[in-house]
Design a protein around this ligand. Structure first.
Ligand code: DGY
Length: 336
């Protein structure tokens, strides 16, 4: 009998095709995510689940999956999955780091340049036919990017990829992370470690690249936003709740900082009454950090490889919980 797989949304080729070659697939075909009850209902007889950041894979889903062996998430972030509970039950979890690094770093830079040079705001100005004076020495003055200072919070894969781009703009690159690089590595990357506060005080651009955990919840709160320069710009392509949204609105309105560029929010999609929508000094994107054709296709392929590897009784290329093998060895989940 073929393994049964539930896929909670269509993914770009070649993800589903790869899985269909070996498994019976139930696919949620609409663009909107399935609701929680639908996931719980569908998971009951499934051996594997391919899910997304929008699906809450909590204790209810995990306990409903009586024969569930593997959860493969089409994402590098995994705060939507109860990893501890899944591991306890011997369920393997795959994720997709690496393949979306460059796309997310590009998006970070798109936001940085856009917020610095106010290009989204200027685009709206042109479209509204507010452009009535052909040229003005004071029109849409922004902040310089070239030779400015960037502070990268969280020097993982994406933080490093952002640093590489910053080098192309001759920026001074500061970083803060829970682990400090060796002096040799810092030299090679041409980056300097700073305490969190010093980084906020010195940087013209502060870019957040930490995973969302209890510790990083509201990392950028009122106190920390107030440490930034009035000319500085905050960029967030990590997870919305790493920034205190209400404090950011205050910072932007009261001009403690010059601007922000956001791809992520505390509530997604953004709520109609979110005050950010009324502010011109913030660039807003709809969580599209990894949205290039190339990255999304590679994520689909990797998510499929992770899922199929477990069903073959092999270690997945990228898994979150290798310790699960002590609870249920791969030989016991092998179906293919
Ligand atoms: C992720 O992978 O975690 C992104 O947020 C979605 O691409």
């Amino acid at each position: 009998m073929k393994p049964k797989v539930y896929i909670t949304r269509e993914v770009p080729s070649p993800g589903i095709e790869l899985i269909r070659e070996h498994c019976d697939v139930v696919l949620h075909e609409r663009e909107e995510p399935p609701d929680h009850i639908e996931i719980v209902r569908n998971i009951q007889d499934k051996d594997a689940l391919l899910c997304f950041v929008t699906d809450r894979i909590d204790k209810d889903v995990i306990s409903a999956g009586a024969v569930l062996k593997v959860i493969s998430t089409y994402s590098v972030g995994f705060e939507h999955i109860d990893v501890v509970e899944a591991t306890k039950r011997g369920i393997y979890i795959g994720y997709t780091p690496g393949v979306l690094t460059e796309a997310t770093a590009d998006c970070t830079f798109a936001l940085l340049l856009n917020a610095a040079r106010r290009t989204a705001e200027a685009d709206r100005f042109v479209r509204r036919f507010d452009w009535t004076i052909s040229w003005s020495p004071t029109m849409f003055l922004g902040e310089s990017v070239w030779e400015s200072t960037i502070g990268i919070i969280g020097l993982g894969k994406i933080g490093r990829a952002v640093a590489k781009r910053a080098k192309g703009f001759n920026m001074k690159i500061l970083y803060n992370d829970v682990t400090r690089l060796s002096p040799q590595e810092e030299k090679e990357l041409d980056i300097k470690f700073r305490s969190f506060d010093a980084l906020l005080r010195e940087s013209d651009f502060v870019s957040v690249h930490v995973p969302f955990t209890k510790e990083t919840h509201h990392l950028m709160d009122e106190k920390n936003l107030r440490l930034m320069k009035p000319s500085a710009i905050l960029i967030n392509t990590s997870r919305g709740p790493t920034v205190d949204g209400a404090a950011l609105v205050k910072a932007l309105k009261e001009k403690w900082i010059a601007g922000a560029g956001l791809d992520v929010y505390e509530k997604e999609p953004i709520e109609k009454d979110n005050p950010l929508l009324q502010l011109d000094n913030v660039v807003l994107l709809p969580h599209i950090g990894s949205a290039t054709r190339e990255a999304r296709a590679k994520m689909a392929e990797l998510a499929a490889f992770n899922l199929l590897a477990v069903l073959r009784g092999e270690p997945p290329p990228h898994w979150l919980n290798p310790e699960v093998e002590n609870i249920r060895p791969l030989s016991e989940v092998k179906m293919l």
